[in-house]
Design a protein around this ligand. Sequence first.
Ligand SMILES: [Zn+2]
Length: 89
Amino acid sequence: MMRAVVYLLITVVVLALLRAVMGVLQKGVASLFQPDAGQRRTAPRSAGQLRRDPVCGAYVSEDLAVRKTAGHKTFYFCSPACRDKHHDA
Ligand SMILES: [Zn+2]
């Protein structure tokens, strides 16, 4: 009975190791066959325009910004803290 448990544990560990190795290999192969992947990482994301945080002046991507809509105007902030400060101003 103990043997079965040990074999099961070994099997689980080996499978986990295999999956980890396969993951690393897949990443390596993917970067080999997609040489432009590195360029895409540095380029700005598709429709994400840069917006200026009116509180601290930082430029933030529309996708990542914290938004606040006042009337028909939308403000973009780098963080909830800046959004709250804007509320006070
Ligand atoms: Zn800010």
